[in-house]
Each structure stands twice: as structure tokens, then as C-alpha cells.
Design a binder for this molecule. Sequence first.
Ligand code: AMP
Ligand code: GLY
Length: 422
Amino acid sequence: MITAVIGGGGREHAIIKKLKENKEIEKIYAIPGNGGIAEDAHCVAISATDIEGVVDFCKDNGVEYAVVAPDDPLVMGMADELEKAGIPSFGPSKAAAIIEGSKVFSKNLMKKYGIPTAAYEVFSDPKEAYSYVETCPLPTVIKADGLALGKGVIIAETRDEARAAVKTVMEDRKFGKSGDEIVIEEFLTGPEVSVLSFTDGKTMCPMVSSMDHKRALDGDKGLNTGGMGTIAPNPYYTEDIAKECMEKIFLPTMDAMNKEGRTFKGCLYFGLMLTENGPKVIEYNCRFGDPETQVVLPLLKTDLFEIMKAVTEERLSEINIEWKDEAAACVIIASGGYPESYKKGYPIELPENREQIYVAGAELKDGVLVTSGGRVLGVTETAKELPEAIEKAYETARKVHFTDMHMRTDIGKRALMALSGK
Ligand code: AMP
Ligand code: GLY
């Protein structure tokens, strides 16, 4: 079986390492992959958003199954084009990927089908948005409608900040067309949980829950990033809450997408906040999370490729998905300065045992692995219990060296406090 994984970050590296456990798979192309992924797959220098280029490559090279991992090619319709070319794939159609591609769509969907989420208003006219933020409750949350590399959400504490956010998104057009419309929503509080779920539109199989750490610095300080580390399972996500989420959020979302004629097949990501009034949806993503995947997949016992094929063929109900009774922690090692400006090109020293080091922003230069992005690596370790997984992840992370490297030192701290009842 010849396969391709579209994308080139730590998430894709984790997917590829897991797929390699399947004996049927002879070859994996990573498009474009990266310098670290090159150890595990054949990297092909075509951009993940070059739909035609990727589909042509897959056709010309006998790819029999493709996994489309990132949001932008999915929202652009790569899964549809692969299907037209006769190549089965994992990932939703364009019609379904809109659940991440448009926040206005997803908020309206939740309202229409009674799925719990923050109260909100939609604006396409900046004048109306300015007028609304003069009187709305504070803090308030301003979100660009479209994809914005995870940076299109601004939490405004004051009216000045709210006005500035409307200006940035709608008038300065920091996120381009993504800011044609905005959602302004109620500020919610409570622990956040990420739940990725396999679904074929008929069955919903949530994976082990996880917790991301989005801010750049210890103590949840500094700027928002793509994610500085993760732990799984998330201790706030109890069995009772899981049951409630299944009844009030996961299954209703699957049914709603079916009723809209937008059946979702792939990995549906629920970003949840556990508020005093119950769990609410903060966001949907149409794909595996990054770096959630780096802690979730190492805990998966069942063969990932078998699950993916079952999703594509709409027979997920036949698969019994099993999880290790363990915990996992992933510490992201970033370039100093990320998420703002940082230098690239520093050689990376890795420990010998790097089975669970997932490479994100690195490339090979004359055979040497050097930094090439903001988030450079994710170091995952698993153990029977979470404290040990965290300790092991930091122990391995400390064996990585490159100039100006930065990592948070408190990944999992909040989860450990929750475990000890604080
Ligand atoms: P998103 O890109 O939608 O995941 O938003 C980024 C982060 O902003 C989330 O992980 C939350 O921490 C925060 N956030 C988004 N929406 C809200 C909200 N309505 N209330 C409070 N925090 C929010
Ligand atoms: N870790 C958040 C995301 O993948 O969007």
C-alpha cells in the first residue's frame, strides 16, 4: 500500500510514525514533510495548499490512500479533488470543512441545533461592530470569520481594546478576507479541553481527551501561540462530563452536519470550555489538533490506518478502538522569539532515542538538521501516570540543544493541580 500524508509539522510526524506500525503500508510520501519527517517518510517538495500539484503527484506515483492533515487544504477542497481522481482519503469534504473554515457558519449551526456555545453576534459592517462594542459586556471576544493561523481570536478587556480589535480585523484587514465578517462573543471561563473524535457521519468515536497550553510563557503569560505543549488525558474531563458532551455536543454536531447535507468524515476537533453552566464549544476544527495529536496518538492501541480506512468507507461502527491506560505529555521546543520574530538555521542536537520526538520546524541543510520555524520540535513521553510522563518529557527535552531554544517549564502543571484536587 502506497500512502501520502499531506502537511509538514509535528502533527503530521506523529501521524506518520503511527501509520508506520501498519505492516500493509510499504511507502509513505510526506507532502511536503520536513527535515525530521524525512527519517520516516519520503518527502516531496510540493506545498500542502497546491491542490492540483498534490493530486497530480498522487496520481502519477500510485498513491492508494492519502491523509490530508492541515486545515487550509481541507477547507480548499483537497479531499474532494482526491476523490475525483479516484484516490480515497482521510479528511472531510470542502462542504464539511467549513465547520472550521467559517466561524459564522459554525456559530449559526450551533444556534440552529441548540448546541451549547458562547452567545454571539455577527457583523459584516465595521460601523455596526464599533457601535456594538460600546455597550457589550467586557471582556469580549472578537473572532475573524475565516482561517487565521490560529491568531484570529482577540480577547478585549476594555472598550479601547475592543475598538482596536475591530479595526485590526475589519479595517486593517490583518487576516485578509478572513476578516470580511467577524463574530463578537461572550467571554467564557473554565478549564479548556480538546477532544478529537473520529467520525464517519454515522458513528462518533472520541479519542482520549487532552489539554493544550497556548500561551508562549510559563504561568499562561505571553502571546498566544499554536500550542506550547499538551498532556493527555485531561483530568478535568471526567466520565460524567464525557457523557454529557457526547449527548449535548458530539452527536448533535454530527446530526446537524448530516441535516445540512454536509456529512463530516474525518477527525472532528472539539475545543471545549467547561463552564459553570456546563461544557460549551469554543471552536471546531476539521482536523487533528497540533500539538494534541502528539499526545493522543501515542496512547492509541488500535491500528490507526485501519481506523482511517473505516472512516473513509463509512464502517467505523465495526472498529473497536482501544486506548492505553497511560498518560502522555508533549513539550514543544520553539525558537526564541516565537510567536513573533525569531532566527532560523541553527543546527539541532537530538538525543539518540528519538522515537517520540516529533519534528515541526526543521530542515536538512547539507545533511544537518537545522531550525526553520517557530515551533521546532515536540518531545512526547508516555508513562503509567501523568506526573511521570511530564518528568520524562522534560528529561528528554533537556537533551535537545540549539541556539536560543525556548520551552515552557510548566506544561501539565495545571493538570497536576487538578489531579491533586486543587
Ligand atoms: P480559538 O482559536 O477559537 O481556539 O481561540 C483561541 C483561544 O481563545 C481559546 O483556546 C480560548 O482560550 C480563547 N477563547 C476563544 N473563545 C473564547 C470565549 N468565548 N471565551 C473565553 N475565551 C475564549
Ligand atoms: N492546538 C490547537 C489547534 O490545533 O488548533
